[in-house]
Ligand binder design. Structure first.
Ligand code: MG
Length: 363
């Protein structure tokens, strides 16, 4: 199939409740959707403007796709997975950074490649997991509100909760302690500081949580994205597992982190890697280095989170999923794709990503 045209459109979906982390507060998923038109049908992608993490904005995503990426790949042919490697080389050469824009184009290409080869994307990528389990995010708020949200998540069937902290230093321990008391000992608690602590605070907070027996599954990105030595020092000096998120965008970042064992796990997000093609490179590095991965998402709706779910369902090294974007949205405007049923993500048998209708592209 030949690439004929690439279109973009904005989507706006209110969240059920505001999403709050140490870095930002967001009230709606307001993303750019991408449609790649070929002579044999359309492929879909999505990119959120996560300015505080990736630097991408709605304007920059549209501009990167329309003025740099599209002119470089229109006319190219999609056949098999190798053809996607070639097209993504051209995409990556057309503009540096702009990882979210690249991710939207990359997933639309994989969507088309699945359709061309008559396979759901996870099978095209060699996978066989029919279902994956996701955690759900608890936003940072006053303690009683976080406790209430955690109890509701457990009632909704979630067995793993990811608690956002990092705004109030040692007070975060009281948050986690109250949540642990409320949900009991059988629920896995992950803690995401979103770069909100420094090295000393991280050690003090994590050791305190260990001392009082809060049984934390992992702590995610305690320090600044570029504080590599601090991350290394924390990983060496606590028993709790440390997950790198904002510290790892590219395969090069992953390679360095694995070489020095600066964290125990890596959180792969398509919006950081620039899509599935680069994410697969990180998976290969992690397999070699015996480092398990989480698949995560930004505030995204069902198109791009579904692409991430296909990647997770295809890769054994991805053992943890944080793909709660669609659960946080007040509506699902698209037809088809994986079923997001609370903690369960059930993979579709439709070809490609599985999204069969995007009304935003029908006007
Ligand atoms: Mg994170």
């Amino acid at each position: 199939m030949k690439i004929l045209n690439i279109r973009t459109v904005e989507v706006n979906i209110p969240l059920i409740t505001p999403f709050k982390t140490a870095l930002r507060t967001v009230n709606s998923v307001n993303d750019i959707l991408v449609c790649i038109e070929t002579d044999e049908g359309e492929g879909y992608g999505e990119a959120p403007p996560t300015a505080v993490i990736t630097g991408d904005t709605k304007g920059s995503i549209k501009c990167a796709v329309e003025e740099f990426i599209a002119p470089s790949i229109i006319g190219m042919e999609i056949t098999d997975l190798e053809s996607i490697d070639e097209i993504m080389k051209t995409v990556n050469a057309s503009i540096i950074k702009n990882t979210s824009a690249k991710a939207a184009v990359d997933m639309a290409l994989y969507d088309l490649c699945g359709k061309k080869n008559k396979l759901p994307l996870y099978k095209l990528l060699g996978g066989n997991k029919k279902e994956i389990e996701t955690d759900v995010t608890i936003s940072v708020n006053p303690i009683d509100e976080m406790v209430k949200d955690s109890i509701r998540a457990v009632e909704d069937g979630f067995r793993i909760i990811k608690v956002k902290v990092g705004k109030e230093g040692l007070k975060d321990v009281a948050r986690i302690e109250a949540i642990r008391k409320a949900v009991g000992k059988d629920i896995k608690i992950r803690v995401d500081a979103n770069q909100g602590w420094d090295r000393q605070q991280s050690i003090r907070i994590i050791k305190t949580m260990e001392d009082i027996g809060l049984d934390i599954d992992l702590v995610e990105q305690p320090v600044k994205a570029h504080a590599f030595e601090d991350l290394y020092y924390i990983t060496k000096n606590v028993n709790t597992k440390i997950l790198a998120d904002e510290a790892v965008f590219s395969p090069e970042d992953a390679e360095r982190l694995i070489r020095y064992h600066a964290a125990d796990y890596i959180n792969i997000k398509l919006m950081k890697t620039g899509g599935i093609n680069e994410a697969l490179r990180i998976c290969r590095l992690c397999e070699k280095g015996n480092v398990e991965c989480m698949i995560g998402c930004m505030l995204e709706s069902k198109i791009s989170v579904s692409a991430a779910a296909h990647l997770a369902a295809s890769q054994a090294v991805i053992t943890m999923a944080d793909l709660d974007g669609p659960c946080l949205c007040s509506e699902d405007p698209y037809d088809g794709g994986p079923a997001f049923d609370g903690p369960r993500i059930i993979m579709p048998e439709e070809y490609g990503i599985g999204i069969v209708r995007v009304p935003q592209f029908e006007n």
